[in-house]
Every structure is written in structure tokens, then in C-alpha cells.
Design a binder for this molecule. Structure first.
Ligand SMILES: Cc1cc2nc3c(=O)[nH]c(=O)nc-3n(C[C@H](O)[C@H](O)[C@H](O)COP(=O)(O)OP(=O)(O)OC[C@H]3O[C@@H](n4cnc5c(N)ncnc54)[C@H](O)[C@@H]3O)c2cc1C
Length: 320
């Protein structure tokens, strides 16, 4: 019988990984076990999304979550899963590496695609900063793979009445890491991953004050503002959790409007699943135009206010 494991400290990511595991399992007989942080309700949700067995973990106040590794190793040795999919959060990456070392298993990080055909697992991941794709075949089990959130879709056949088992997984005694203090990071209230319209700003903006033009457009459209990496990491005009791309957020909005973003492969990686891409750039040869559904060659200082006005007019006309 095929056995897949899913481990994540973020419940939503485990539901997405469940979608992939269910797809991989297909009609085969198998069991999917999910290890997640949460309560009975979270566990039941996971069952609805396709888990057969849920092991509830806690985020311990006095040590790190990754201290679950020894107990997970014991469970893996006993149940012999073929594949362990781990949510690629900071904690998840750390835990995956520990499990791989302790189980002497292959670990493939940041997988974008996973196929399973009984004898082997075929995984794809991006390399060279997004310039190439690497295909890895693993025949030694368990295969451990880390997967970023929003890489896979949740199981469409979610069924709240599905039955499964929920158990509690205790942290092993004698943990060797002691947390002495926790400081919360200032959190942005904006979740650009859930926004259906995103206006992306790039280096084409020559000063921070100009971002107001993008904010205004996003506001009239009911969307959010995101950016390319240099805007967040080099200029610090927007928080780091707003930059999109291979090393930032991967988004799938209905509409992505890129303004003053050249469209380097590392950025495009984060928007390629947007339903519609609209690009504004003054350079008619900007690479972003190659991935855009619609594009405007022009100065963003003229185009953005004009678009905002046009949206306002349409809204006013629809009201009247
Ligand atoms: C390993 C690695 C990982 C990376 N990860 C990411 C990532 O996750 N996300 C990311 O975004 N980048 C990432 N980068 C950086 C990436 O390679 C690019 O440098 C970056 O995306 C460029 O940002 P940009 O498009 O804003 O700036 P630029 O490339 O400088 O483009 C600015 C654009 O604005 C246009 N422009 C200028 N003035 C105007 C105007 N007035 N009106 C209209 N258009 C105008 C220009 O014609 C140009 O096309 C990564 C790089 C590496 C090496």
C-alpha cells in the first residue's frame, strides 16, 4: 500500500499538499497521513481535503517545532512512507533537512512538480535563479520534498463528511533546544497572495512618492500593491513580504498589472499563473511584454493616472 506523508506548520499549505498527494495516489490503495499544527477542527478540515490520518502537533512555547524530528523519524521507520512532502516554510525547511539526514533519505527542496510512478519519484525544481529547470529522479524511499505554498491546488473534491482518524503527536522528551525569547515580526495586514487584482511596481518608479499612483489604481480596482525585489530589498519602499518572484511571493491573481517592471525571469516566475497580465513600460522591448496579455508602451507617470481615471469613469457610469 502506498503511504504518503505531509508535514507543515501552516495548515493551508498542508491542504494544498494533500491535493497533490491525492492526485498522485489516484485510484491506488494508499494512506495519506498529515502532520500539522492545529486542533480538532484543523484536523477535520485536513480530512475533508483528503487526509486519512491526522497527527496534531503543537508549536511548543519553550522549544522549536523542529524538535519533533526524532519522533517523526521513529514514525517513519515504523510506517515506511514512500514520500514525505514538507511545506517549505522556514520551520519546514529545517525539519525536512533534519529528517533527510536522520533517515538517510534524498531531500529535494522547493519542488515545483512531483510525479510518482511506483518505482520512482520524478521531481522538478528551478535552478540558476529561475533560468533553468532541473529534473530529479529518486528511487530511494522515503523521498523528502519541500514545496512552497500555492505551488499546488487544494483537492477539489473536498468533502466535510469524509472520515479519518485524528491523533495527537507528543513532543519527545529531552529536547535540546531551549527558546529563551520570541519576538514577533511586524506583520503586514495585507495578504497579496489572496488579492484578485495586484498592481506590481518596479524600478521604473524613480522615487517612493510615485508609488501613490500605483496605490491609487489598486484602490479603485479593489486590489493590492506588490513589487519587484529591488523595490523591497534594495530601496525598502515596500515590505519584503510584498515582493513577487522566485525568491519572494508566488501569486495567482485574476489580474496582475506590472508597472515599470522589466520582466526578468525571477520576477515572472511569481506571476506566470496570473490569469491576465497587463504590463506598462516605456521600453517597447521590455521582456515583460513577452508574457503580458495586454501591454502599454508608455511612461507610467502618464499611464497610471490615466488608467485610474478611466476606471473611475467606468465605475461612475455603471452607478448612474
Ligand atoms: C537569484 C536571484 C533571485 C531573484 N529573485 C527575484 C524575485 O524573486 N523577484 C524579483 O522581482 N526579482 C528577483 N531578482 C532580481 C531580478 O533579476 C531583477 O533584477 C529584478 O526583477 C528587476 O526589477 P525591476 O523590473 O523592478 O527593475 P528593472 O529591471 O530595472 O526594470 C525597470 C523597468 O522600468 C522601465 N521604466 C523605467 N522608467 C519608466 C517609466 N517612467 N515608465 C514606464 N517604465 C519605466 C524600464 O524600461 C525597465 O523595463 C532575483 C535575482 C537573482 C539573481
Amino acid at each position: 500500500m502506498t503511504k504518503f506523508w505531509i508535514i507543515s506548520d501552516v495548515a493551508e499549505t498542508s491542504y494544498e499538499l494533500l491535493g497533490k498527494a491525492r492526485e498522485l495516489l489516484g485510484d491506488q490503495e494508499g494512506i495519506i497521513t498529515v502532520y500539522l499544527i492545529g486542533n480538532e477542527t484543523t484536523g477535520q478540515e485536513a480530512i475533508g481535503y483528503g487526509a486519512d490520518l491526522v497527527k496534531l502537533m503543537e508549536l511548543p512555547p519553550d522549544t522549536t517545532w523542529e524538535q519533533y524530528a526524532p519522533v517523526l523519524v521513529q514514525e517513519a521507520q515504523a510506517s515506511q512512507p514512500e514520500m514525505i512532502l514538507v511545506g517549505a516554510t522556514r520551520r519546514g525547511k529545517d525539519l525536512a533537512a533534519q529528517l533527510a539526514a536522520l533517515l538517510d533519505s534524498p531531500c529535494v527542496t522547493e519542488c515545483k512538480s512531483i510525479e510518482y510512478d511506483d518505482g520512482k519519484v520524478i521531481l522538478k525544481r528551478i535552478i540558476y535563479g529561475g533560468l533553468a529547470e532541473k529534473i530529479i529522479e529518486c528511487c530511494q524511499f522515503p523521498v523528502i520534498a519541500t514545496v512552497a505554498s500555492r505551488t499546488f491546488e487544494k483537492w477539489t473534491a473536498k468533502d466535510a463528511s469524509r472520515e479519518g482518524t485524528i491523533e495527537k503527536l507528543d513532543l519527545p522528551a529531552g529536547v535540546n533546544v531551549q527558546v529563551v525569547e520570541r519576538r514577533s515580526k511586524p506583520q503586514e495586514v495585507v495578504n497579496i497572495k489572496d488579492a484578485s487584482i495586484v498592481v506590481g511596481v518596479g524600478r521604473g518608479f524613480s522615487e517612493q512618492d510615485e508609488l501613490k499612483m500605483a496605490e491609487e489604481l489598486a484602490k479603485v480596482l479593489g486590489g493590492e500593491v506588490a513589487c519587484s525585489r529591488p523595490i523591497a530589498e534594495d530601496l525598502h519602499w515596500l515590505p519584503e513580504d510584498r515582493y513577487i518572484g522566485i525568491s519572494g511571493q508566488i501569486i495567482k491573481p485574476n489580474v496582475y498589472i506590472a508597472a515599470g517592471i522589466s520582466g526578468q525571469v525571477q520576477h515572472v516566475y511569481g506571476i506566470r499563473d496570473a490569469k491576465t497580465i497587463i504590463a506598462i513600460d516605456k521600453n517597447e522591448n521590455a521582456p515583460i511584454f513577452q508574457v503580458a496579455d495586454y501591454y502599454i508602451v508608455g511612461d507610467l507617470k502618464e499611464v497610471l493616472p490615466a488608467l485610474t481615471e478611466a476606471v473611475k469613469e467606468v465605475k461612475a457610469a455603471n452607478k448612474g
